[in-house]
Design a protein around this ligand. Sequence first.
Ligand code: K1U
Ligand code: ZN
Length: 201
Amino acid sequence: MSSVDRLGGSPYIAAMAIRDILIIPDPKLRLISEPVTKFDAELRTLVDDMFETMYAAPGIGLAAIQIGVPRRVITMDLAKKDDPKAPQVFINAELTWKSDEHSTYEEGCLSIPEYYEEVERPTRVKVRYLDIEGQQHDIEADDLLATCLQHEIDHSNGILFIAYISKLKRYMVLKRFKKAAKRGETTRAAYENSTPEHRIG
Ligand code: K1U
Ligand code: ZN
């Protein structure tokens, strides 16, 4: 539903926008995001833009801080390739329980383009969150939903998935993106549009 539909045909039209996705080592990605307190049009615009940005990337999840907005807002769509879209929004999401059992998943991150690594996390989690209307929900998640929720909640706490890989691998990946930043590639689009030869080493 677009912003104009929700306003019941009012002449106000808010076009959705694809926003720039920040990449490491942008210091904003380390910020702890603030909880949402107002469930208003500004929040709906942010959520609309996050979906537009996430689908365009493409990604299966996005935290607001990845587009430079330090608010605890997460968008997600875990629908399989040929299935209908299944957008989900999690506001002020927090883990209320983690299983002792752990699973490994090869994670990616829109803020660390073209880098995938195995990460071990609790297999199942319970999450408390608010929906776009401010209503509270409690869910138990497993599989990819559990992985993705933990990855995105980490973003809201300034934590990247490379925190869970070896020191050497983290050093190598940070080195690659510090070089990219020196070339002025501070967003995902700038990095992806750069000459591939730059990326070797
Ligand atoms: O938060 C992010 O950076 C988004 C990230 C979410 C995520 C992926 C895998 C494990 C945990 C969290 C991504 O969406 S990376 C891209 C990706 O996984 C993907 C993209 C297109 C199709 C299928 C997957
Ligand atoms: Zn990420």
